[in-house]
Design a protein around this ligand. Sequence first.
Ligand code: HEC
Length: 123
Amino acid sequence: MDRRGWFTVVGGLVVALGLAFLVAALSGGFGNPLPTGPVPAGSAQVSRGARLFAARCASCHGVRGEGGTAPALDTDLFRRTYRDRREVAAYIKLNMPLDRPDLHYSQAADLADYLFSLRGRPS
Ligand code: HEC
């Protein structure tokens, strides 16, 4: 095979590996914890989320997400605003804490799980 042929083969392999990686990542193949289904009550991610919430979110959103200087996160209205916990996790990852959005995706996912484990208040 000539030089160009090798470049084509290697280039093709790199692209294929990249695609495989992307598909695996998006479908949760690396243990990606972004939640979609119902929250398992009392699960490890809910307690991790609760601890993180107390440390990083409660100052603005209230100790149990009841609201403060920032909106309440334990209401039915809040749940209706987002399609599912994955969407909430994405919002948190990109925007919260408001003063320093520095969380890892898995932390944002734990927080979303925690928020959805709170009993929704009618609103
Ligand atoms: C410095 C204050 C502050 C901190 C700390 C903070 N938030 Fe917020 N958060 C806000 C404000 C203000 C808004 C409303 C933003 C808006 O409407 O654009 C908000 C909005 C949100 C929303 C969207 C609410 C809705 O009704 O759509 C979520 C979810 C949220 N915060 C989660 C969190 C989580 C989880 C943390 C902790 C990691 C956190 N926030 C920390 C101030 C804060």
